[in-house]
Design a protein around this ligand. Structure first.
Ligand code: HEM
Length: 451
């Protein structure tokens, strides 16, 4: 990369590792410090590779929208291919365009709203466990509960009731370690492809998941029944230009991609939401009053969510402060300039959503949880991109918001969840952004709270 900005002595990269030691120790702290020293667009070194960090909305728009044709997905995403195959996250060019066109209609808000009942159903075991915890006084691990419920919700939306309990248990057991391995592979500089026990285990987990997805696809095709779920819509999708639909192998890759892209992101959003509301009891009380007045005892629908402005504002504010997908990597496919900086072919660029959404120029009190800013017209749309931007923006954004809204409404209506001591204050910025420790919550049933 020809971007050779002078570096203050404290930020000089290690000759081999680059800024990796600082990034491993405290990635967000280092990046904030680097922005303060270099400005909004600055290079860092990841091993021997230079990466141009983009921490400002106009430059992010150049990368993701106006000059998107000069970029492909970054190297991190490419490292997901062994597990995901060629799904929307990893595909490029014509394959990506065709699949996105085929899949887009299934993700329209109106198409998804009919699936709200599946999401509410998927939340039933969570509510039962919270009820049990409220009775016994035992603490719950909020992060792990949210992972479970988000996984069940994605499974319900994808397959309806097509996954039996045994298969769901396999998915719950096998998917998280696969994700961890994928994250480790993305973080490591050196590619080891040795047949280690961990590697063999990863392969076995992948095969177990494939077998489940293959079974469902086979049975659906054989029965000829669509089903009102996402898989049914994807099976029925046909190219408008007279082309065919997705093959079984392509469907498998897309289903695995949706599982992967759709569950941890939504789970961390819910975890940070409940954590933030626990730290702001006055906001939580207002949200609970809003939810209880709007829902009463009835099962929430997608339409109900439109009548919950404060809950929606809290979700937006959580996505702003804690964007689960906190950076979006790209690699230049041709020489291109970003904010006037020349990026050569093959150069790496990283759009840093976290830094953009906490930029003091766009957000007064950028680090404060202030949901009211969304109700007072104080929001800055160009500096808010938790789902990315441009053609490769998240296809699951409406689904994620509906899922988070429904699950949060159910939990907040029926329970009061507090994290004693305020919970972990640091953040871990891996593939997704997470709290730097377990979030343990104390639960009380709403009826007990209101007495
Ligand atoms: C709060 C939850 C979520 C967040 C913050 C999030 C964030 C993102 C972001 C930032 C991207 C763009 C990546 C890039 O440009 O390189 C993306 C892409 C994607 N997301 Fe999400 N996502 C969420 C939930 C979901 C859900 C629920 C699904 C589906 C079940 C999903 C499926 C996808 C897919 C398939 C892509 C790739 C789209 C493409 O390249 O055409 N996401 N997501």
């Amino acid at each position: 990369m020809t971007a050779t900005l002078s570096r203050p002595a404290g930020l000089r990269p290690h000759p081999v590792l680059g800024h990796l030691p600082e990034l491993r120790r405290d990635a967000l702290g280092f990046l904030r410090h680097a922005r303060a020293a270099y400005g909004d667009v600055f290079p860092i070194r990841f091993g021997r590779n230079e990466v141009l960090v983009v921490a400002e909305p106009a430059a992010a728009r150049e990368v993701l929208v106006t000059k998107a044709a000069s970029f492909r997905k970054g190297r991190g995403i490419q490292k997901m291919e062994p597990f995901l195959g060629t799904g929307l996250l990893t595909a490029e060019g014509e394959t990506w365009r065709l699949h996105r066109r085929l899949m887009q209609p299934a993700f329209h808000r109106a198409a998804l709203e009919g699936m709200a009942g599946d999401i509410v159903g998927a939340a039933a075991p969570l509510l039962a466990r919270l009820e049990g915890a409220a009775r016994s006084g035992e603490e719950v691990d909020v992060g792990s509960e949210m992972l479970h419920v988000a996984l069940r919700a994605v499974a319900a939306v994808l397959f309806g009731t097509g996954l039996d309990d045994r298969e769901l248990a396999v998915v719950e057991r096998e998917l998280p370690p696969l994700l961890d391995r994928t994250s480790a592979r993305i973080r490591s500089l050196v590619e080891w492809d040795l047949p280690t026990p961990a590697r063999r285990r990863e392969q076995a987990a992948g095969e177990a998941l494939d077998a489940i997805v293959d079974r469902i696809i086979r049975e659906r095709r054989a029965s000829g029944e669509g089903g009102g779920d996402l898989l049914g819509m994807l099976l029925a999708a046909r190219d408008e230009d007279g082309g065919g639909g997705l093959t079984d192998a392509e469907l498998r890759d897309e289903v695995m991609t949706l599982f992967l892209a759709g569950h941890e992101t939504t789970a961390t959003l819910l975890t940070f939401l409940l954590l933030s509301l626990s730290r702001h009891p006055e906001v939580r009380a207002e949200v609970q009053a809003e939810v209880r007045a709007a829902l009463g005892d009835h099962t929430p629908t997608a339409a109900d969510l439109r009548g919950l402005p404060l809950l929606n504002a809290c979700i937006q504010e959580t996505l702003r402060l804690y964007p689960p997908a906190w950076l979006v990597p790209r690699q230049a496919t041709a020489p291109v300039t970003v904010a006037g900086v020349e990026v050569p072919e093959g150069g790496n660029v990283s759009v840093n959503i976290f830094l953009i959404q906490r930029h003091a120029r766009f957000w007064p009190q950028p680090d404060a949880f202030r949901p009211e800013r969304w109700l007072e017209g104080g929001r800055t749309p160009e500096a808010f991109l938790p789902f990315g931007a441009g053609a490769r923006m998240c296809i699951g954004n409406h689904l994620a918001l509906m899922e988070a809204g429904l699950i949060a409404a159910l939990v907040l209506r029926d329970f009061d969840l507090e994290v004693p001591g305020g919970g972990p204050t640091g953040l871990v910025a891996g593939v997704t952004l997470k709290p730097d420790g377990a979030v343990r919550g104390q639960v009380r049933a709403a009826s007990a709270v209101q007495e």
